[in-house]
Design a protein around this ligand. Structure first.
Ligand code: ATP
Length: 323
């Protein structure tokens, strides 16, 4: 293998730049040329590709976002789109590809592998819902951002004796809400994977009040139904009965930005470097994950076919800690 490409695809997060850096520098170490593909599969189809050298990735280790840019590229989901991408790869003499992204992006990598193009995936999504890896790139930084917000909101909630609904990202995954709720001492976590009624939530708020707490913090994943607005309406309507008034904070896109944590920098560096080793060593159609403190190389179809389940033990623990 003489020349490899690297792209970031799907949702952005704060581990992508350290990962790009690792791919480029390990590529240099392995003696292959490195091509950076901009805007994910969209840039791959359009041929937005430049050579990357050691200096091109200097100073990005501590920067959030992705210097390559990222995009959603519906065209790549069609065979015609993927054929266009193959033409580009041939035109640029690229003979192996590292794809850094979430479930959809890794499915795209698998499709390229099925077209006989050597491809290795790296899990990167703040949802932490990819099978075969304990954690994906970007999760730790997002988690620490949310935790910082919970700590701050607790200060103001306690000063005014209020309940707060703090909404995190996670349309289908409650991981961020659960992990940040556990780390931040939330009274309740609402995840799409676990059914909770409006009455359950009201009961939690009332219990917190009766126990003499100065606040009630409820972390809500955005995908939880019936939704943050609905629960805010319900709790506000029952303020007299529950004891606390309720405020809502939606953390939104701040969860995607910021300087990557030490953990994310190290994880991204390890996975990026190992992905290059795998590709140059002749592997294709696999993901480089991180399981039980070691690399876990598994077929991409095992990684993308099922969404990783929410850790029920962690959820149960959070319900014990809310006293
Ligand atoms: P995140 O989990 O952060 O949202 P993601 O990688 O899952 O990231 P998606 O929007 O699902 O984000 O996918 C990103 C891109 O991957 C899509 O725009 C498309 O180009 C490609 N992709 C997604 N699904 C497929 C598929 N089934 N076949 C081929 N390519 C796909």
């Amino acid at each position: 293998m003489d020349r490899i490409g690297v792209l970031t695809s799907g949702g952005d997060n704060s581990g992508l730049n350290p990962c790009i850096r690792a791919v480029v520098r390990m590529g240099l170490h392995e003696g292959v040329e490195r091509m950076g593909i901009r805007r994910g599969y969209a840039g791959l189809i359009a041929g937005e590709i430049d050579e990357m050298d050691a200096r091109d990735v200097g100073g990005i280790l501590g920067r959030g976002g992705t210097i390559l840019g990222t995009a959603r590229a519906p065209e790549f989901e069609t065979l015609q789109g993927r054929r266009k991408a193959l033409r580009t790869l041939n035109r640029f003499d690229i003979d192996g590809l590292v794809v850094i992204g979430g479930n959809g992006s890794l499915t795209g990598a698998l499709e390229l592998h099925h077209l006989d193009f050597p491809t290795i995936g790296i899990p990167s999504t703040i949802d932490n819902d990819i099978n075969g890896t304990d954690i994906s790139i970007g999760v730790d930084t997002a988690l620490n951002t949310i935790l910082g917000a919970i700590d701050k909101i607790k200060d103001t909630a306690s000063s005014h004796n209020r309940a707060f609904l703090i909404e995190t990202m996670g349309r289908n995954s409650g991981y961020l809400a659960l992990a940040s709720g556990l780390a931040g001492g939330a009274e309740l976590v609402l995840c799409p994977e676990i059914e909770s009624t409006l009455d359950d939530v009201a009961e939690t708020v009332e219990k917190a009040y009766i126990r003499g707490k100065a606040h009630a913090i409820i972390v809500v994943a955005e995908g939880w139904k019936p939704g943050t607005d609905e629960i805010a309406r319900e709790l506000n309507a029952r303020e007299e009965e529950l004891g606390f008034s309720v405020r809502v904070t939606r953390l939104g896109h701040v969860q995607r930005g910021g300087s990557p944590s030490a953990f994310d920098r190290i994880l991204a560096t390890r996975l990026g470097a190992e992905a290059v080793r795998q590709l140059v060593g002749g592997n294709s159609g696999h993901m480089v994950g991180w399981l039980n403190s070691d690399f876990h190389i598994l077929p991409l179809d095992e990684a993308v076919t099922y969404q990783k389940e929410l850790d029920k033990d962690l959820y149960n623990l959070s319900t014990i800690m809310d006293k």
